[in-house]
Ligand binder design. Structure first.
Ligand SMILES: [Zn+2]
Length: 409
């Protein structure tokens, strides 16, 4: 090998060697997916594997969450955390492989099975090279990341309130998300907003019911809601084209009989903005728009912008720079992709990155096999076996760069 340090060389070799074990773990998790806060089997496997590696384990952090702590021999360097989500989706798996989900109606279609397996692989390597590192590494296995109902706490919040970022305090946290948009063997990252987040908005338009034969006695809530739907798109059309934006009313329900003018329409929306100040200005803008239209037609409304706030996931520039260089040095220029735009997706990683620095990065998972090209959440979603060595190496190379005794920050 070329200009690698001894540790980098060791990491790359170990990542290659460990990839089949990581793949086996991922397929096992895929076969046995578990829904939010029911990740008992998954979290117990994580805890047992960490213990086998000599890493100290706390179970039940944030209900089913697990934290492994590796205090490296070299003393008082930085405290890094690496996070993987454990939960699956309530969707039927149709991947048609030998490792298809045995749990009817539940499936790992977002790659979380791979995130968990990869983090265990990296933990094993980092445990083996800990003498070359200074500081502490926390391995965070997070429950309940997916589609948490508005009235329920998510796994990241539960773990943080149970002290996952404390004792010792974490200096920087790193989280990966698998994506078929990039080829297996690559890692994509950017400073600033990585995921737009997603605000779930609920609007009720109150009109006045009347018989359709006497429309002057009613206020047609369906008509008013339709104006609001159309006008919302007009608002989106006037935003800066450099921003990634998705503004959509996604459910609409109202009316009770074919010959009655509807008295009430309930809409739900999914509003996503790459820019946090734009996002913060939206409740006022939407409220003005809804009020104007309702006033014009004599309707009233209730608008709830905070049904489930999911702010943007924002990577800190300094940590991105350091990690990016570590990946280029270890994996080569071609393996490291600079993301041009944020994705219009949401992830509870924002909870961690609101409290400490860190990086949310993407790991490519597709190859020439069409089975690896389905988008996340597709019922046939699958992952290229070429994903794992790169995904594992990305974590270990990053830890090495931040914590190496010879070349630490
Ligand atoms: Zn996910």
């Amino acid at each position: 090998m070329g200009n690698f340090t001894h540790t980098q060389e060791r990491i790359l070799k170990s990542a290659e060697n460990i990839a089949p074990w990581v793949q086996m773990l991922r397929e096992d998790f895929h076969r046995h997916p578990e829904l939010r806060f029911e990740e008992h089997r998954t979290s117990e496997i994580c805890a047992l594997e960490l213990e086998k590696m000599g890493i100290s384990v706390q179970r039940g952090v944030g209900q089913t969450g697990v934290v492994g702590t590796l205090e490296c021999v070299g003393g008082d360097g930085p405290v890094l955390a690496f996070r993987a989500e454990m939960d699956a989706l309530a969707i039927q798996d149709l991947c048609g492989t030998s490792y298809q989900s045995k749990n009817n109606g539940v499936a790992h279609l977002c790659g979380h099975d791979g995130h968990v397996a990869t983090l265990l692989g990296a933990a094993k390597i980092l445990g083996e090279i800990q003498k070359t590192l200074t500081g502490t590494i926390k391995f965070i296995f997070e429950p309940s990341e997916e589609a948490v109902p508005p009235d329920e706490i998510c796994g990241a919040e539960a773990m943080i309130s149970d002290g996952a970022l404390e004792n010792p305090d974490v200096d920087a946290i790193f989280g990966a998300h698998f994506y078929p948009d990039w080829k297996a063997g690559t890692v994509a990252l950017k400073p600033g907003t990585v995921f737009s987040g997603n605000d779930v908005v609920r609007l009720t338009v109150h009109g006045q019911e009347s018989h359709a034969a006497v429309p002057h006695r009613g206020v047609d809530a369906i008509y008013v809601a339709s104006q609001i739907v159309t006008a919302t798109q007009g608002l989106a059309a006037h935003l800066d084209i450099n921003e990634a934006v998705s503004v959509h009313w996604t459910t609409i329900n109202g009316g009770r009989l074919h010959n009655l003018i509807a008295s009430e329409v309930v809409l739900e929306g999914s509003f996503r903005f790459s820019n946090e100040s734009l996002r913060e200005s939206m409740p006022t803008k939407i409220d003005q728009l809804v009020r104007g239209i309702c006033d014009a037609f004599g309707a009233t409304y209730d608008l709830d912008f905070n049904v489930r706030p999911m702010p943007a996931v924002i990577s800190s520039p300094k940590e991105v720079r350091t990690m990016r260089q570590a990946l280029i040095d270890g994996l080569g220029e071609d393996a490291v992709i600079d993301m041009k735009q944020p994705r219009l997706a949401a992830d509870t990683m924002f909870h961690w990155l609101h409290r400490t620095n860190g990086v949310f990065y993407m790991v490519g998972t597709s190859d020439s096999n069409p089975a690896t090209q389905y988008p996340s959440h597709h019922q046939k979603f699958d992952i290229s076996p070429d994903t794992y060595s790169t995904a594992v190496a990305a974590i270990a190379l990053t830890a090495d760069r931040f914590m190496n005794r010879m070349e630490s920050m």
